[in-house]
Design a protein around this ligand. Structure first.
Ligand SMILES: Cc1cc2nc3c(=O)[nH]c(=O)nc-3n(C[C@H](O)[C@H](O)[C@H](O)COP(=O)(O)OP(=O)(O)OC[C@H]3O[C@@H](n4cnc5c(N)ncnc54)[C@H](O)[C@@H]3O)c2cc1C
Length: 386
């Protein structure tokens, strides 16, 4: 795509994201056009559209951010097309969505500022988005959904559960990817979760789920899930992976349940003979948030290429946690205390590493910023879309 078109699209989109309630107005217009012209599509979406609107804006922002990286953008869009199969979206729906987005942007911008160059730039971006998504959906010969049974539900913290499932047929994911999940308690809502173990032929999966206060799905997963519940899983997504061929050492930073995709990759690497050196910084707000230290310690003890550094933002546990902060097991790096981004940067620039960050969107953004300020090239830093 030509750089001028990309620049025009970015600057026009900034007028949406930088204006108060701009993204609400744009998404209202988008879904208004989409459902107005194609009423039948409304039934594919949940009744409450707030989370859907947020997801739409995050995906669009991410696509616009990476537009000049052709390979990355088409890989992401093809995955997104495959992901949409679980909703019952068909190829023809993409052109309807593209038309609705074009009309929404035009009416948001207003006739005065909607020039023919902006019109053409958006038309070419939207065309390549809908074509890549439709191609991704058409090319996929995997099922749109899989089913799995909950076999264990363990509360490891008041707000965090480790949930194990066995799939009827193993889902073909790679360590580091994430899967859309739907639970019986929230039948029309899909959320993404990252398996915390690598693929295995028995179809066993493990997820670490944090309860987000006020959330629709995660409180139900943590509080109400029962052994025997049947969950639906969509096609795997995401491209967090260690490049074994480049040979560069690896820096991984995971906060909260962001540990899961990193842990899955480390476990998979542990099954191989030769690996690059891996530094894993694992973080939480309080010492008690470091919920998986025993497994990490075992991995660290048996894999000399792996160094694990626990970090908590605060040095003491909160008053509602009765335990004093646990000592780190012998042989393990002692816990460091402070903002994880600054702590990681204080070790050096990490400029020669392949870097992966996983965690909440706020943590990803702040750690990424701290690393870039500390000298890590942005192009070396990978994370899932936030
Ligand atoms: C690629 C990817 C992988 C993920 N993997 C995991 C995982 O392995 N384990 C896990 O527990 N979660 C994971 N998540 C987050 C998960 O998909 C849900 O977003 C989260 O569980 C909240 O869903 P909800 O329905 O409870 O909240 P919603 O009803 O969707 O949202 C309620 C409110 O909470 C806010 N919110 C949503 N997510 C977060 C968050 N993470 N931190 C702070 N505020 C938030 C929303 O902006 C909204 O305002 C992942 C997300 C992505 C994008």
């Amino acid at each position: 795509m030509n750089p001028r078109a990309i620049a025009l699209v970015r600057s026009n989109f900034r007028t949406v994201t930088e204006s108060p309630r701009g993204t609400d107005r744009l998404t209202n217009a988008f879904y208004g056009y989409l459902f107005g012209d194609n009423p039948i599509l409304r039934q594919l979406f949940p009744a409450g559209m707030d989370a859907q609107r947020e997801k739409f804006v995050s995906a669009l922002s991410y696509i616009i951010d990476i537009l000049d990286d052709r390979e990355r953008v088409s890989g992401f869009l093809e995955q997104l097309g495959r992901d949409h199969r679980k909703y019952g979206v068909e190829s023809s729906h993409y052109s309807a969505a593209g038309k609705a987005l074009h009309s929404a942007l035009k009416s948001y911008t207003g006739a005065l500022f909607w020039t023919s160059s902006i019109d053409a730039a958006w038309a070419s971006v939207i065309d390549s988005v809908v074509t890549s998504m439709a191609a991704g959906a058409d090319a996929d010969d995997l099922p749109a959904q899989w089913s799995a049974t909950v076999v264990e539900h363990r509360r490891v913290l008041d707000d965090l559960a480790v949930i194990r499932l066995r799939c009827d047929v193993p889902v073909p994911y790679e360590a580091g990817q994430y899967l859309p999940i739907r639970i019986p308690q929230r039948p029309r809502m899909w959320r993404y979760f990252s398996p915390a173990i690598p693929w295995n032929s028995s179809g066993e999966l493990e997820f670490h789920v944090r309860r987000i206060s006020g959330g629709w799905v995660s409180p139900s997963m943590v509080n109400e899930t029962q052994v025997g519940d049947r969950w639906s899983l969509g096609a795997p997504l995401g491209g967090l992976r260690v490049d074994m061929h480049g040979g560069d050492d690896v820096l991984m930073i995971g906060t909260g349940t962001g540990l899961a995709p990193l842990r899955a990759q480390i476990m998979e690497m542990a099954m191989r003979g030769t690996n690059p050196r891996v530094h894993l910084f694992v973080g939480g707000r309080y010492p008690c948030d470091l919920y998986d230290m025993f497994t990490l310690w075992q991995l660290g003890m048996t894999n000399p290429w792996l160094t694990i550094v626990p970090v908590s933002e605060l040095d003491t546990n909160p008053w509602w946690s009765p335990e004093p902060p646990a000592e780190m097991p012998e042989g393990m790096h002692q816990r460091l205390c402070g903002p994880i981004g600054s702590i990681v940067s204080s070790f050096g620039s990490w400029a020669d590493r392949q870097v992966q960050i996983a965690g909440s969107p706020t943590m990803i953004r702040s750690i990424r910023q701290a690393l870039i300020l500390g000298g890590t090239p942005a192009s070396r830093i990978a994370h899932d879309p936030v």
